[in-house]
Design a protein around this ligand. Structure first.
Ligand SMILES: Cc1cc2nc3c(=O)[nH]c(=O)nc-3n(C[C@H](O)[C@H](O)[C@H](O)COP(=O)(O)OP(=O)(O)OC[C@H]3O[C@@H](n4cnc5c(N)ncnc54)[C@H](O)[C@@H]3O)c2cc1C
Length: 343
């Protein structure tokens, strides 16, 4: 591998391993952790590196042990009573210290609230760059540089960014985009416990109370069928029609950002660059023009059906089946014929 000493303080050859910063609350592992392991393994196979998972918490040994079933080479389990609950200061210091000690080549964090909080803090503490909200990662096999792709300029173009002079190369990665690592009965890795050096003065905040949010009603990421509505619905009542179609198909209701901005539906339902990324078997876009920012969240669906009265709407460029027509006529007919078949 052709690698130079590019920074007087850094010798790139000192850096090894691909690290995944895992995410857990009360031992419950966030799905993005498995997605990052899957992606880390893909990158590792191209440059012959180890995949190491970092998990921070307290008394979650059983849950950490189960993560060995996802074919990681090693797990660094940073355990301390002060890290039982998430703390921006505590978590970022403990992880930064470990990075400075072990020198990973690549560090991946989920672009979740957790990762968006600690990712940039860790990057600043250890003096490297961070590419936020990546939707695609690859490796330049010549020099091992990670090619980090993310939407730029409001999603109108995709930028591929490299980090040539500093290590580790850090990225936050959008949840729901990468393939999860498969469960394997065979265990190849081991767990190494890390006792972080943390003092009370390292924590600037104190947890006083915790309110768990009400469970979200919509689960777009795991849905097999998503029926989405856009500005073409004309008003909030239009979503009743979308809900009926979703119900007869056993699917979830999605939306464009325009519908959310107009206050017709809650933001949990938004699909797209600033909403959820979905990959259902069937995505039905109703009265949605198909702006690039909407496509960013649904274009990988297995089958896409679009209903739009404008034959030139961009959504027709990405759909498998397009129906040019008024959704208020097309959807009731669709519901009727599906119901007839179900009897
Ligand atoms: C930084 C940034 C991030 C963004 N993130 C997102 C995002 O995450 N998700 C997202 O969706 N957008 C996002 N947007 C907004 C995006 O650019 C579009 O403005 C939005 O997707 C448009 O929503 P829409 O298709 O519902 O509305 P419109 O573009 O207004 O389209 C409405 C469509 O309905 C059709 N229509 C009207 N009446 C009928 C009818 N009776 N029957 C059938 N069809 C009909 C029209 O022909 C039209 O094509 C983002 C924009 C920016 C700048």
């Amino acid at each position: 591998m052709n690698r130079a000493k590019v920074n007087q303080n850094i010798n790139l050859d000192d850096y090894n391993d691909i690290w995944i910063i895992g995410e857990q609350v009360d031992g419950k592992i966030h799905p993005v952790t498995l997605e990052l392991i899957g992606e880390g393994k893909k990158l590792a196979s191209k440059i012959d590196k180890r995949v190491v998972l970092v998990i921070v918490g307290f008394e979650i040994d059983k849950e950490v042990e189960q993560l060995l079933n996802y074919e990681v080479d090693e797990i660094y389990y940073i355990e301390d009573v002060s890290l039982k609950e998430f703390s921006t200061d505590g978590y970022s210091k403990a992880i930064s210290d470990l990075i400075l000690d072990k020198k990973p080549e690549i560090v991946l964090v989920g672009a979740t609230s957790f990762g968006r909080d600690i990712g940039p803090r860790i990057a600043a503490k250890i003096g490297t760059g961070l590419v936020a909200d990546c939707t695609k990662l690859d490796i330049d096999e010549e020099d091992g540089k990670i090619l980090q792709t993310r939407p730029a300029f409001g999603g109108n173009l995709m930028a591929t960014i490299i980090c040539p002079n500093n290590r580790p190369q850090m990225a936050t990665v959008r949840p729901g985009v990468m393939e999860k690592s498969n469960f394997s009965k065979e265990i190849i890795g081991k767990i190494t416990k890390i006792n972080p050096k943390l003092a009370a003065s390292d924590f600037r905040t104190k947890l006083i109370d915790r309110y768990d949010p009400v469970q979200k009603k919509v689960n777009l990421r795991d849905a097999k069928i998503v029926v989405s509505g856009g500005r073409g619905l004309k008003d909030a009542d239009g979503f009743k029609l979308i809900q009926r179609l979703a119900d007869v198909l056993g699917g979830e209701v999605g939306s464009s950002r325009a519908s959310v901005d107009l206050g017709w539906i809650e933001s949990d339902h938004q699909v797209g660059q600033t909403g959820s990324t979905v990959k259902p078997d069937l995505y039905i876009a109703c009265g949605i023009s198909g702006a690039i920012q909407h496509q960013a969240g649904m274009v990988d669906s297995k089958y896409i059906i679009a209903i739009n009265k404008d034959p030139n709407a961009p959504i027709f460029e990405v759909c498998d089946y397009g129906i040019v027509g008024d959704l208020f006529e097309v959807i009731p007919e669709l519901i009727e014929s599906i119901e007839e078949k179900q009897i």
